[in-house]
Design a protein. Structure first.
Length: 527
């Protein structure tokens, strides 16, 4: 085959497998030059997912091959295919890494540059996706603002080729090392081994309540009590089973079977695996090294934990943002906390939530400690001294705050981790909310069940355990700021499948509807 024929095949997006030219480096160079000229990045009918990185690798090697002939990793070509097959257990789509074509060419012993380029593309794809995730978080979830792991896949391939290191070990080292990732993976394998089990499905409809009679109650009994001949009455036995199921699923345990409970009841083996895969991907987004000691809030679990050497040392329930005022995912450090804080009301909350209340009954808001001042002036006055009727969102030129006190929305303590989202951790006077199973009631900040315990832990961790009598300082009612000598790393995350305080893998409702979008992106064979 002459050069003209070769270039025509390149333009058509197809390379013949096998040692057509003696000079493989020349073939690789010509192919890459064709891509530079505008050819589609196709090899043997397969689209290269990472042509830019492929070009970077081979140009660094003067276009010399890596996987065929007497190349440095020729004896390890099969290991890339094995890695692709293994990654399916982590939720990867094997065809994204050219499994079928590579497998076919290895079986037929066609060791030409088509195989060379496809194996390199598969290696690079596996390296990137194991090491930093398949989907780029900001492109899919704008509220995920944690720094992601970073992998230089081209450099890794070059280093592996130069050293002759084990491809299997190089790629295996890129999986997240966190124990929780591997616990989720174990649970995925267990669920996958269930086989195609069939459970009774409860049809959507009106909320089912104890004492009611409905054919849907029969399906509910079959789902929770097992196959049998049941009457259609929602009786006491069923009520107990519904409550137990709701508690185990992290739902409000009220025995009312509404949409959220029905969704959880109708979960299948496939949907469980989908949920796990979404959360495995979130773990792959995270940096590979975590601080020795750090605080983590899992939004979907409504739970705060402090971890030291990977083990929880303090935990508590939290209240997080409503679905339309979501708590963002980010990392910062707690630098200080404030006793008996005032609440400087964000403009969005002042205009959307507080302004209608001020118009309706400013005296009631004044009784709660709210005061305001015109922007650019110095003095705050009680809000009942202002005529709010002509004020609108457009001409709201006030700073609104709430004085410290028993009704203050921040409670007795707020913990500051300065961030662009104006989100912090704080106490709350609405203590009854912490007894609920689902706790998405805030405007974005994280409310704490045991703020005093957190403050004491922070001081102890900071070497200041005996420096402050927090109960006495709180009793004075005076506002005081306590700075930490050693700020504590804090991660606000979102995991709908996680390992709980009892060391069990549990599933929780996707309150912000993020899982489905992520799973759809993961299931696409190509971007």
């Amino acid at each position: 085959m002459d050069a003209i024929r070769f270039l025509l095949l390149s333009l058509a997006g197809c390379l013949l497998a096998g040692p057509v030219w003696a000079d493989s480096a020349a073939q690789i160079r010509t192919y890459l030059e064709g891509i530079d000229a505008g050819d589609a990045a196709l090899v043997a009918g397969e689209a290269l997912e990472h042509p830019r990185l492929i070009a970077e690798v081979y140009r660094s090697r003067a276009h010399r091959p890596i996987w065929i002939g007497d190349a440095p990793l020729a004896s390890q070509t099969r290991q890339v295919l094995d890695a692709v097959i293994e990654s399916v257990d982590h939720g990867f789509v094997a065809e994204r890494y050219h499994r079928g074509v590579i497998e076919q060419q290895l079986k037929s012993r066609q060791r030409g540059i088509a195989l060379e380029l496809l194996v390199s593309d598969a290696f690079i794809g596996q390296a990137l996706h194991r090491g930093q995730g398949i989907v780029t978080p900001p492109n899919l979830d704008a509220e995920w603002q944690l720094p992601t792991a970073e992998v230089d896949a081209a450099a890794l391939l070059l280093e592996t080729a130069a050293s002759g290191a084990s491809v299997k070990q190089v790629l295996a080292a890129l999986w997240p090392g966190a124990d929780e990732y591997w616990r989720l993976l174990e649970r995925r394998a267990e669920i996958g081994a269930f086989g195609e089990t069939v459970t009774a499905q409860v049809a959507p409809g009106a909320v089912l309540k104890p004492g009611q009679s409905s054919e849907r109650v029969v399906a509910l009994k079959e789902r929770l009590l097992g196959p049998g001949d049941y009457d259609p009455v929602y009786d006491e036995e069923l009520r107990r089973e519904v409550i137990a199921f709701q508690r185990a699923s992290g739902l409000e345990a009220d025995a009312f079977v509404g949409g959220n409970t029905i969704d959880a009841l109708n979960e299948t083996r496939v949907s469980w695996i989908d949920s796990i895969d979404a959360n495995l991907e979130r773990w792959r987004w995270l940096p590979r090294t975590a601080p020795t000691t750090y605080l983590r809030v899992n939004i979907a679990a409504y739970r705060l934990r402090i971890l030291k050497d990977g083990k929880p040392v303090l935990g508590m329930n939290v209240v997080v943002g409503k679905p339309y005022r979501r708590t963002p995912v980010f990392t910062e450090t707690i630098k200080y906390f404030v006793l008996n804080p005032t609440w400087n009301v964000p403009v969005s909350i002042a205009t959307q939530d507080k302004l209608p209340l001020l118009k309706a009954d400013a005296a009631a808001e004044a009784a709660k400690g709210f005061e305001a001042k015109l922007t650019g002036t110095d003095d705050f006055v009680n809000v009942d001294q202002i005529d709010w009727q002509p004020v609108t969102r457009a001409n709201f030129h006030y700073l609104l705050r709430q004085r410290a006190g028993p009704q203050n929305a921040l409670g007795q303590i707020k913990f500051m981790l300065p961030n662009p989202y104006d989100v912090y951790l704080h106490d709350s006077p609405s203590r009854e909310l912490f007894a609920k199973q689902e706790r998405s009631f805030s405007s974005g900040c994280v409310r704490l069940q045991k703020p005093l315990e957190l403050a004491k832990w922070l001081l102890a961790n900071d070497g200041q355990a005996d420096a402050f009598d927090l109960e006495q300082l709180l009793a004075t009612g005076a506002t005081q700021t306590i700075y930490l000598k050693h700020p504590v790393p804090t991660y606000i995350v979102y995991f709908t499948v996680f390992v709980d305080d009892d060391d069990e893998v549990v599933f929780r409702r996707d309150i912000y509807s993020r899982d489905r979008i992520l799973v759809e992106a993961l299931r696409r064979s190509l971007p």
